[in-house]
Design a protein around this ligand. Structure first.
Ligand SMILES: CC(C)(COP(=O)(O)OP(=O)(O)OC[C@H]1O[C@@H](n2cnc3c(N)ncnc32)[C@H](O)[C@@H]1OP(=O)(O)O)[C@@H](O)C(=O)NCCC(=O)NCCS
Length: 251
């Protein structure tokens, strides 16, 4: 086959893969959001039916229903979304490298996982981050998380590549993900934080990182890819360096 013809066929195939992916995302997310909204909408309709036609009463009731209805929607969304990613197999493969320009099927499957995570992040994460409900969602969506873990960040993705031991604390605005992009190539890797690890606010953790039990990472630090940090030690800086501080107080 002539080269220019093969090139044109690849462009068409790429466009088709993107179109199918957008259609699947649209269908899955409309279903997920609809199922999540259903209990609130149904309860709302039921209450309005019961209270009759008094305009003032209807206005008051609706005003006070907004917050609980939204909270119920957000909780349901976390459950339905996690179920949908399991059913549709949207996941981040470990140790993969995909050139973004190729828009291959595995890359687009990863993109579906990102979109579902993002929708939950903006609709529910803003309400529940740092709470056990947020941890429960991350667990349902593929992360391996121990007991007593607090995750006070929304910048957490590729959940199935993350492992957080008992008692891990992730500070505000920490960037924790199982992927990075270098020279137009998406690269993935696991991140595992041992029991008792604390990550300071605003820190970025790159891919393929392991932190030993009770390791402490300071605020506004950068942990480069493939880093292996010892337990019972304190690290900070850009890139991180081991601090010569007394660690027993963290033990
Ligand atoms: C890293 C950290 C745990 C170290 O605390 P510490 O053991 O009390 O250490 P010190 O404050 O005595 O600092 C020791 C040295 O490290 C430096 N250092 C401390 N934190 C640093 C950071 N985040 N980045 C760069 N350097 C840092 C200090 O400047 C000091 O340097 P020096 O010896 O040249 O003077 C702490 O500074 C920190 O960053 N905590 C983050 C808390 C947080 O965000 N928790 C999240 C949940 S809310």
């Amino acid at each position: 086959m002539p080269e220019h013809r093969a090139g044109r066929l690849e462009i068409v195939a790429r466009a088709a893969r993107v179109a199918v992916t957008i259609a699947v995302i649209f269908i899955v997310e409309v279903l997920v959001l609809g199922l999540a909204a259903l209990p609130s909408v149904a309860a709302w309709a039921l209450v309005l039916e019961r209270i009759g036609e008094d305009r003032l009463l209807r206005t008051l009731v609706q005003a006070f229903l907004i917050a609980p209805a939204y909270v119920a929607f957000a909780i349901a969304l976390m459950g339905w979304s996690a179920l949908a990613t399991r059913v549709t197999g949207a996941r981040t493969p470990a140790n993969a490298e995909y050139p973004i320009a190729e828009l291959s099927w595995p890359l687009l499957r990863w993109a579906r996982y990102m979109v579902s995570t993002h929708l939950v992040r903006i609709c529910a994460g803003t309400v529940f981050r740092g709470s056990p409900l947020w941890t429960a969602y991350l667990r349902l969506n593929g992360a391996r998380i121990g007991r007593g873990v607090y995750v006070n960040t929304l910048a957490i993705v590729d959940h199935n590549l993350l492992e957080l031991g008992d008692g891990v604390v992730i500070g505000d605005d920490v960037h924790l993900s199982g992927h990075t992009v270098e020279a137009g190539v998406l690269k993935t890797g696991r991140v595992s934080l041992g029991p008792g690890v604390t990550v300071g606010v605003g820190t970025i953790i790159d891919i393929d990182v392991h932190v030993g039990a009770k390791g402490q990472i300071g605020a506004l630090s950068f942990v480069p890819k493939h880093a292996r940090l010892q337990g019972h030690a304190v690290y900070a800086g850009i890139p991180i360096r081991r601090l010569n501080v007394e660690t027993t107080r963290f033990a």
